[in-house]
Ligand binder design. Structure first.
Ligand code: DC
Length: 672
């Protein structure tokens, strides 16, 4: 996951490959609730692991459900319709799919069994309407207090007396989640009589209600539907409100699929395709209809039961005019596809966008305009005309995962004729954790940029100047990959020592270097899967590395490996010749120095802290000798690249050094 303040996506030019989707958010949170309310244990496979499902799981745990997480499957033992805990305060983040159904279930349970529950979320959740649902529940006899603004969470649910004689009325034209919440929870009180729900107003987002009905059926609940106006839950007698299906497989998320369908339509040209596994023609999610809309714009989609394969068809894409009421979430992706169309697109009947994670109509208009698009909008529509002149834009995401995910596709601007292509900066990329924590990693796995467009920062400097620490911190701050090039020489040395290859056999050393299977992961270095972080720092390994690094044969072999670290979204490379030989066109080169005295002092501290004894004078003499050797050696001597920026960090903390370099990086960024 990218936990950085921003993520810069370089201009992208092509897509190809296979993605496996995370589990559906809508299905995950519905089946979690149903499993939590029913009797017995339900094993859920392929559940989404994200912010929104985590708050639901935490809530169920707080209510007394037993939950065992076993990687790909989660076992939930439900309450069997009986409250185990009669008082709790639940935090539900910004998950509408948790807030609405839990409010309903707990209001009904508190009214029939007694209880006092408080439900709250993040600030935005307290701006998302729930008044129509509260009204419906109050009409039933539930006692509900609005603790903030009337009509919005936070809410307190405390008892009441149910009167189920009247049919229940709920508005359907603000959010279909109100109806879904009632459908999911009302079986709790439908032992003796059928319960009817009447929908007032035109029901929006009908496919989401269909998901609800299909999942209720999996839990043994029979609902009769008369048009989209009346829903009747059949009395269940002594059978218990819900019957666990035992096991249940959660499909991939069809809304998440939209980004990769768009990807195929925009960038899978020349015989390439994007394959999407986890949803297909048998999906019960309404957003699967996004594939039809993408086809209208030109995509070529091949459907199988549980997968989609997408290629570019018409290019540029065809502008579209579409009523998007049936695919409100995925329609955001159409707004970004519209940037690549041959005219003005109009997405209509999207008023519900205003009450989602943010006001999505206003947000989308503001951010698309930054890229150069011409946008007009009203209370329930948006119209988009592609940019004539693309601009590098800093895209705000409004704590809305879908803003971040769909706007990333704007990085394909070179395919729409942007010359030169412009990068796209996504602010707060972490917000994708709501439904797709690994979204950007998944995206970067299947897209391609021109290598020279992938930014590189090089950090070089004498031994013990702190370049490794600085480089790793820079990489973490920018979400870039990190190449510790010294580790490649050290790893070759380690391999040579264990294979009995001497330092005087350049051909054998080059062969070993060519076979290195080296990965840098969260502070560890893995060689052929084994953790060699400690072994690489060994004295004998360092000494061997310093000798073999002088062989041009080995340096040549390691060159290709070093170049292969230049991957999306960018690279920080530290080591001897990174700025001069390997990445001579790096966008920023830093030559880090510190006085020999200061470096000796740091190394001394480091050794003492690890329990080694060392004399400061010896270390200083060693460093001076090594500086002389490194500077004067014939092959790859230690010299600052002519265009490197010098940073003497003798008197600077690591944080101050990082800040200095980030300020240099900012000066080079194209974002206004
Ligand atoms: O930075 P380090 O101490 O881990 O480097 C190990 C050895 O490899 C050291 O002697 C310098 C050499 N080296 C090199 O020649 N070229 C590089 N790009 C990186 C390191």
């Amino acid at each position: 996951m990218f936990d950085t303040p921003f993520l810069d996506i370089p201009p992208l030019i092509a897509a190809e490959g296979c993605v496996r989707l995370p589990g559906s958010k809508s299905i995950s949170n519905r089946v979690l609730l149903l499993a939590g309310l029913c009797e017995g244990t339900t094993t859920l496979h392929g559940l989404l692991d994200s912010d929104d499902t985590r708050v639901m799981l935490d809530a169920l745990r707080a209510l007394g459900c037993a939950i065992e997480n076993g990687g790909a499957s989660t076992r939930v033992t439900g309450l069997g319709g009986r409250l185990a805990v009669h008082s709790a305060s639940l935090f539900l983040g910004n998950a509408g799919t948790a807030m609405r159904p839990l409010t309903t279930a707990l209001a009904l349970l508190a009214a029939t069994q007694g209880g006092d529950f408080e439900l709250r979320g993040v600030a935005r959740m307290h701006e998302r309407p729930i008044g129509d649902l509260v009204d419906a529940l109050r009409a039933l006899g539930c006692t509900i207090d609005e603790l903030g603004q009337p009509g919005y969470p936070p809410l307190r649910l405390r008892g009441g007396r149910l009167d189920l004689d009247q049919p229940i009325r709920v508005r359907g034209d603000v959010s279909s989640q109100f109806l879904t919440a009632l459908l999911l929870a009302l079986p709790l009180v439908a032992a003796e009589r059928d319960i009817a729900i009447d929908v007032a107003g035109e029901l929006i987002s009908k496919p989401y209600v269909e998901i609800t009905l299909k999942l209720l059926a999996r839990f043994g609940v029979v609902v009769r539907r008369d048009g989209w106006q009346r829903f009747t839950i059949a009395a269940h007698g002594d059978d218990g409100a819900y019957r666990s299906p035992g096991e249940l497989h959660v499909e991939g998320d069809a809304s998440s699929a939209s980004y990769f369908i768009a990807l195929g339509a925009i960038a899978a040209a020349d015989g390439h395709s994007v394959r999407i596994e986890g949803v297909g023609s048998e999906s019960i999610q309404g957003d699967i209809a996004f594939a039809d809309a993408a086809e209208q714009m030109g995509a070529r989609v091949t459907r199988s039961a549980n997968a989609l394969e997408v290629r570019r068809g018409a290019w540029p894409l065809r502008a579209i005019r579409l009523d998007c009421n049936h695919i409100p979430d995925a329609a955001m992706t159409l707004a970004v596809m519209a940037l690549f169309a041959d005219g003005t697109s109009r997405l209509a009947n999207i008023a519900s966008w205003r009450v989602k994670e943010t006001d999505r109509i206003a947000a989308m208009a503001a951010e698309l305009r930054k890229l150069g698009a011409v946008v007009t909008f009203g209370a329930d529509f948006i119209e988009i005309t592609p940019p004539v002149q693309w601009r590098a834009a800093e895209v705000r995401t409004y704590d809305d995962h879908r803003m971040a995910m769909c706007m990333a596709l704007a990085a394909f601007n070179p395919l729409a004729g942007a010359r030169p292509g412009v990068p796209v900066r996504i602010l707060d990329p972490r917000c994708v954790a709501k439904t797709f924590p690994d979204y950007f990693e998944t995206l970067f796995d299947v897209v391609r940029a021109e290598p020279e467009d992938i930014p590189v920062i090089t950090v070089d400097g004498p031994s013990a100047s702190g370049k490794g620490t600085l480089a790793a911190a820079l990489a973490a701050a920018l979400g870039f990959h990190y190449l510790d090039s010294g580790a490649l020489y050290r790893a070759t040395a380690l391999a040579a020592l264990s294979a009995g290859v001497g330092d005087n056999d350049p051909a054998a050393l080059a062969r070993l270097g060519g076979k290195l299977d080296l990965r840098f992961e969260a502070g560890s270095t893995l060689l052929a899967g084994a953790n060699v972080t400690e072994a690489l720092r060994r004295e004998d390994v360092g000494a061997m590395a310093s000798k073999i690094a002088a062989w041009p044969e080995l340096r040549d072999t390691l060159r290709a490996l070093q170049l292969s670290f230049r991957r999306l979204p960018g690279l920080v490379a530290d080591g001897r010749d990174m700025g001069s030989v390997i990445f001579p066109a790096a966008r920023l080169k830093v030559f880090l120095t510190a006085s020999a005295e200061e470096r000796a002092l740091r190394r001394h501290k480091q050794l003492i802290s690890k329990g080694f004894s060392a004399r400061l004078e010896d270390l200083l003499a060693d460093l001076r000798a090594r500086d002389a050797r490194d500077t004067n050696r014939a092959v790859a001597p230690l010299v600052a690249a002519t265009d490197a920026l010098l940073l003497d960090n003798s008197g600077l903390t690591i944080e101050a050094s990082v800040d200095r370099v980030l300020a240099w990086w900012k000066e080079r960024s194209p974002f206004a």
